[in-house]
Design a protein around this ligand. Structure first.
Ligand SMILES: Nc1ncnc2c1ncn2[C@@H]1O[C@H](COP(=O)(O)OP(=O)(O)OP(=O)(O)O)[C@@H](O)[C@H]1O
Ligand SMILES: CC(C)(CO)[C@@H](O)C(=O)NCCC(=O)O
Length: 464
């Protein structure tokens, strides 16, 4: 069934993952075509970047189109559903492909932990000259075994030979994909794809980016759309299981400046330990009803009021969990208070590190993403408050609707030049090539960031 072709054209080798007449949508579906540079797929204005490989063959990439981000806690899957299928194409569409399309788009729950976030669906999207909808699906990474069994049961193994994947799990589960469903993973770096996904989503969705108006008043602050059409430079804080902080200067020009192991995984883990809850949703619900002031020690618990000399208001947390060494206090706190205090502790710590990074880089826009922010307005409002309050209004916390899906989305968008490299030579090839390009570009730039692809000590510092 698989007809895999490799050929060289121009500066990069290009590989068509699978060229099987039956499974391809589109009219010229039989042959492998190298697209010329003036016939570019209409993806985004950022495609004009000098760093982007110009060889593009993916207009004929076979369906289904997936991008997968296999993270430490959640696996995110973005699926492109073509909506411009002609009756003729429909006739030729293979049964398995049709069944997969229907299974994914007609359901919103899959297996034990799989969910489709229907409210995030993007319609009328154009990718590689095809029009369709993007569907956003997640499941627990601990459920990978069940996912692979389901994929096999639905016939994916016969249909797809290669999946574009990012996140640590693209490395960790590579062998499982190969052994259990005969699929190869084309691996992409999680931070590269994160940025690609963000830029694409913002172009597609005018209300993707938002901020909190009146951020200095948490009770009154309200969500408002933010015009992110001139995004650079910005600080990007990806709050997943752990936290990565990047300074982004252009679509292909960024550095990982910091990180912390105190992230979404820490919140969930501590909350489960302290309250006996078992899910993130439960943890957030508890936190919504609790009061951290019964758990934390505030400035006014120490000063009796504000600490004016250094501008510390009495209501500020002086010491997270600082009252919990007192037996009577411990006896009066509820599970809800403990959940709220855990959320506030983790959020404030992330806010504080993010603000220092922004200050250091002299950047005023701080974008927070990652699934820690899912159904979590408490943290978003706190982060917005922290950015505004501690910077005297000079910094702005920004948020994006598709929170945790950008890595998977960016992965789905990868062009064949990069795809080919990932397939032929492994990720290292892509990384070192991007690194060289970024290095050569940054030589002439006033700021001199380099992509944090080598994890050299100069480009990365870690708080953990
Ligand atoms: N349904 C859920 N189940 C588990 N965690 C959830 C859920 N919804 C939101 N979260 C939060 O999102 C975090 C994971 O976020 P995300 O998916 O962005 O990261 P990841 O890719 O799994 O982690 P990493 O990038 O560090 O490998 C969890 O640690 C938790 O705080
Ligand atoms: C290891 C990753 C990059 C995996 O996504 C993430 O969980 C993270 O950035 N953790 C924090 C690591 C640090 O302390 O810098």
């Amino acid at each position: 069934m698989t007809n895999k072709k490799s050929f060289v054209g121009g500066p990069k080798a290009a590989t068509i993952i699978k060229s099987t007449e039956t499974f391809i949508y589109g009219s010229s579906h039989k042959s492998t075509v190298m697209k010329s540079s003036n016939d570019k797929p209409n993806i985004s204005k950022y495609d004009e970047s000098p760093l982007r490989p110009t060889i593009q063959t993916d207009a004929l990439m076979t369906m289904p189109w997936f991008g997968m981000d296999i993270g430490g806690t959640l696996t995110k899957l973005v699926y492109f559903e073509p909506k411009d299928i002609t009756p003729d194409e429909q006739d030729r569409e293979a049964g398995i492909l049709r069944n997969i399309r229907r299974y994914l788009t007609k359901n919103s729950a899959y297996g034990k932990t799989g969910h489709r976030d229907t409210h995030l669906q993007m319609d009328n999207v154009e990718i590689r000259k095809r029009k369709g909808s993007l569907h956003f699906i997640r499941f627990q990474t601990t459920d990978m075994g069940n996912f692979l069994s389901l994929a096999k049961q639905k016939g994916m193994a016969e249909l797809v030979t290669t999946v574009c994947a990012t996140g640590g799990g693209a490395f960790k589960f590579e062998k499982d994909f190969r052994d259990q469903v005969n699929m190869k993973l084309a691996k992409f770096d999680e931070l590269d794809t994160l940025i690609k996904g963000i830029l694409f989503a913002d172009l597609q969705n005018r209300t993707e980016c938002y901020f909190y108006e009146n951020a200095s008043n948490i009770v009154k602050s309200v969500k408002r759309a933010f015009n992110f059409s001139e995004p650079f430079p910005f600080i990007l804080v990806n709050v997943g299981s752990g936290v990565s902080i990047l300074a982004v200067y252009g679509p292909d020009n960024y550095k990982r400046i910091s990180g912390t192991s105190l992230g979404g995984g820490t919140f969930l883990g501590l909350c489960c330990l302290l309250t006996g809850c078992t899910t993130f949703e439960e943890a957030i619900q508890l936190a919504t009803k609790g009061d951290n002031r019964k758990v934390d020690k505030l400035v006014k618990d120490i000063y009796g009021g504000d600490y004016n000399r250094f501008g510390l208001p009495g209501d500020l947390v002086a010491s997270s969990f600082g009252q919990m060494h007192i037996t009577e206090k411990r006896l009066t706190v509820s599970r809800e208070d403990l959940a709220n205090a855990t959320l506030v502790t983790i959020t404030n710590n992330i806010g504080s590190i993010a603000r220092m990074c922004a200050l250091n880089e002299r950047i005023d826009k701080v974008v927070f993403v990652g699934n820690f922010l899912r159904v979590n307005p408490i943290s978003m409002k706190l982060l917005a408050y922290a950015m505004e309050f501690w910077s005297n209004g000079t910094m702005k916390g920004l948020f994006l609707e598709h929170e945790g899906y950008f890595g998977a989305l960016g992965c789905l968008l990868q062009f064949n030049g990069e795809l080919a490299a990932a397939l032929n030579d492994g990720l290292d090839h892509v990384q070192s090539e991007n690194h060289n390009l970024i290095e050569s570009m940054s030589d002439s730039a006033s700021k001199k960031p380099s992509g944090d692809l080598s994890h050299s000590p100069e480009t990365e510092s870690s708080t953990s």
